[in-house]
Design a protein around this ligand. Structure first.
Ligand SMILES: Nc1nc2c(ncn2[C@@H]2O[C@H](COP(=O)(O)OP(=O)(O)OP(=O)(O)O)[C@@H](O)[C@H]2O)c(=O)[nH]1
Ligand SMILES: [Mg+2]
Length: 373
């Protein structure tokens, strides 16, 4: 009998499934041979029946049913069908949509108006200063371009974003970018690339710390050696206006694990110093479209994506920044039209950091007045 047995072949294969949390997952396929044994695997590990949760059916079709989908049920499922002659297998991806765990207003007008009307708590401070700090190609220039685009209402590309492979676009001059919308908005961005090992063009970690503290004058050309206090670009007694008011670390979602260890160490050094100063610090996680196809298709579902949440967790673990200070952002990079959802995601993050930077200014101003008393 075994000798005449036909080789198993699929008549229908497993299809990818996307379910919401709490829904049931049903995977099913059909084969043409008899006496087949089915084994199911999830991410290469055998799946067993669990009463009330996982059931398997063999017969005309081979089914795997998972009740009440949870976050952990996401993965690659494989069914292996076997008889005495041979075996075949096929796989499908199951994605589980989380309940939205952060809410973004997907209407830009309110956020733009609020930022336009924003008044810094200390009127002696002309603008909130943000420092964008991250490895080469992280998307720092693209963040500035995206923010300018939002307020200009048309695509803006003044900060030269590097082409994918280039590593020479870096501006070594310390200068700020202002944002315009019927006059200047009260915030500016500095873009700094950190030092990586065997990197002749990066900025010395100590200079980044000096910049946070307000010691670096605009126009300074960064060198691999650190800025000393006898330099004409060194501000000895910086005012609150010279300081950075919020540190924005920029990390690309698709290459977190490829960021070199020495760079992570430098970033930690900068973060530690920022913590000592009580300076707010956040991470903008760029290139989210590269890590989650569903988010790429529908940006509005970004806070339902398990993949994005995982990447935020990974960022949080490697840099020691709490998850609620990590903002996934999408920069304009290949689009030729304005997209409101891209604007809204960035505006959501921008609104948060504007308030946190202002809180820092209040804190520093209070310290200064109590000092004078
Ligand atoms: N897919 C995708 N690509 C992005 C995104 N943001 C930036 N990029 C691309 O990533 C590359 C690097 O971006 P830049 O903005 O030049 O990065 P940078 O941090 O300024 O890099 P340096 O100036 O070299 O330090 C460019 O090719 C961008 O088009 C994003 O959100 N999604
Ligand atoms: Mg750049």
């Amino acid at each position: 009998m075994g000798f005449f047995m036909s080789k198993p072949e699929f008549v229908t294969v497993l299809a990818d499934k996307h379910v919401k949390i709490g829904e049931d997952i049903k995977l099913s396929c059909k084969a043409n041979a008899e006496e087949l044994m089915a084994t199911w695997e999830k991410n290469g590990q055998k799946v067993d029946c669990v009463e009330g949760k996982i059931t398997m059916k063999t017969g005309k079709s081979f089914d795997l049913e998972i009740k009440n989908a949870e976050e952990g049920d996401e993965g690659k499922y494989t069914v292996i069908l076997k008889n005495k002659r041979s075996n075949v297998s096929c796989s499908a991806m199951v994605t589980v949509e989380l309940n939205e765990w952060r809410t973004v207003e997907w209407n830009q007008d309110g956020m733009i108006d609020a930022l336009k009307a924003f008044k810094i708590s200390n009127e002696k401070v002309g603008a909130l200063h943000f420092l964008l700090y991250g490895p080469t190609g992280a998307g720092k220039s693209s963040i500035i371009n995206t923010i300018k685009t939002i307020f200009k209402g048309r695509l803006f590309i003044s900060c030269l974003a590097a082409s994918e492979k280039s590593d020479t676009s870096f501006t070594k001059c310390y200068e700020k970018t202002e944002i315009e919308k019927d006059g200047l908005l009260p915030f500016t961005f500095h873009d700094i690339r950190g030092l990586e090992k065997e990197d002749k063009d990066g900025v010395h970690t100590q200079d980044i710390i000096s910049a946070l503290k307000g010691h670096v004058k605009e126009g300074y050309m960064f060198k691999p050696t650190k800025l000393t206090d006898d330099n004409q670009y060194y501000i000895k007694n910086p005012s609150l206006n010279d300081k950075i008011h919020c540190l924005v670390n920029v990390i690309p979602a698709d290459t977190i694990s490829m960021i070199k260890d020495d760079f992570i160490q430098n970033m930690k050094k900068v973060r530690e110093e920022a913590s000592n100063m009580g300076l707010p610090q956040v991470i903008f996680m760029t290139r989210v479209d590269r890590v989650c196809p569903r988010t790429k298709k529908d940006l509005r579902s970004i806070y339902k994506s398990k993949k994005i949440k995982e990447k935020i967790r990974e960022c949080s673990m490697s840099l020691g920044v709490p998850m609620n200070c990590i903002f996934p952002v999408w920069n304009y990079h290949e689009e030729t039209e304005i997209k409101e959802e891209i604007n809204c995601l960035m505006l959501h993050a921008l609104t948060k950091i504007v308030h946190w930077a202002d809180d820092y200014i209040v804190k520093c101003s209070n310290k200064q007045t109590s000092f004078k008393k």
